[in-house]
Design a protein around this ligand. Sequence first.
Ligand SMILES: Cc1ncc(COP(=O)(O)O)c(C=O)c1O
Length: 384
Amino acid sequence: MISRADAERLDLDDPLAPFRDEFLIPDDEVVYLDGNSLGRTPKATVERLKRVVETEWAADLITSWSHWLDMPRRVGDRMGAIIGSRPGEVAVHDNTTLNIYQAVHMALGLRPDRKVLSVAADDFPSDRYVVEGIANDLGLSVRPLVPNMPLNDVAVVVRSVIDYRTAEMADVAGFTARAREAGALVVWDLSHAAGAVEFDVHALGVELAIGCSYKFLNGGPGAPAWTYVHADLQTKVNQPIQGWFAQKDQFAMERPFEPHDDIRRVLLGTPHMLSLVATEEGIALSARAGMPAIAAKGRALTEFALSIVDDLGLRSSTPRDAHRRGCHVAVHHADAANLVDRLTREHKVIADVRPPDIVRLGLSPLTTRFTDVWDGLHALRTLL
Ligand SMILES: Cc1ncc(COP(=O)(O)O)c(C=O)c1O
């Protein structure tokens, strides 16, 4: 049986443990196992927001746009380093749902002769809804993505890298290569992968990807999402919402729409500056810790959680191969919703429920302790 002392030892040996002090944690007794939905609050974010509000907004007023204007691209470069892209391939903007919509349209424009979109029937709701909506609008059909399905007539596949329920990781390189061979494009959703696992868009052959930054990247509630477009595609894609932030000479005003030849092509209108600077701080923390160290701790935390799951006789569908999973663990129980509710009310353990029967435990490498994992799972056990 794994003891709490084992967890304490692992915390002592954890090279990322000091990063917990970089976050505002008003109640140290709260066992927070939901950083995969909303990451904790970096102290640097509080300072930065104060500075931006008091100086850049209150004092400098509109003159601040001289350096704010290019922030989606500058923060994009920092974001890109987390997923292995090169400078100029990522913009941080808008939200994930909108970015899926844009990315699918951009990909469709590259496959005008094909009439089929594909997404798995159990992928994240927004991903499915957006694909269905675009298909309805354009008179295309949606084929549910199933393993080894032929992709010869498929234009675009939308697919999550990490399953939002089980944490299973897709074979990104293998699937992207198979799609390319069949002439299909893949829009990868990295929402549960970015900041959790090591990822290299170029090594994996990824051409289009989107993701959020409020989960493992600790960007804050409603933090802007991001879009990655491989440099080779940037002048070839067109996005469906033509806004002035994508316009080459934005302040010429009277000119017809002529989009930038770079990643700014995905931008729409005025960025949410306060959220954007908060996102930059969150990303900066992950960059400072380094993705190899973050991913290694993620594997160790999930391994530890799965060992306790086994000890306690619980059931999990999360892959046992540490390199084939993200940073959360799915524990199945018919009464999952009630259990998650009672965990919070009776034990100060915050987890998530995912229907029909998953208690989802998110383990954030920068803030989750091994003792949190032990405490959370043992609290769950006491409720059963
Ligand atoms: C995998 C995945 N895709 C898309 C979304 C939608 O993100 P947003 O609410 O930022 O549009 C989420 C949100 O949690 C998600 O987990």
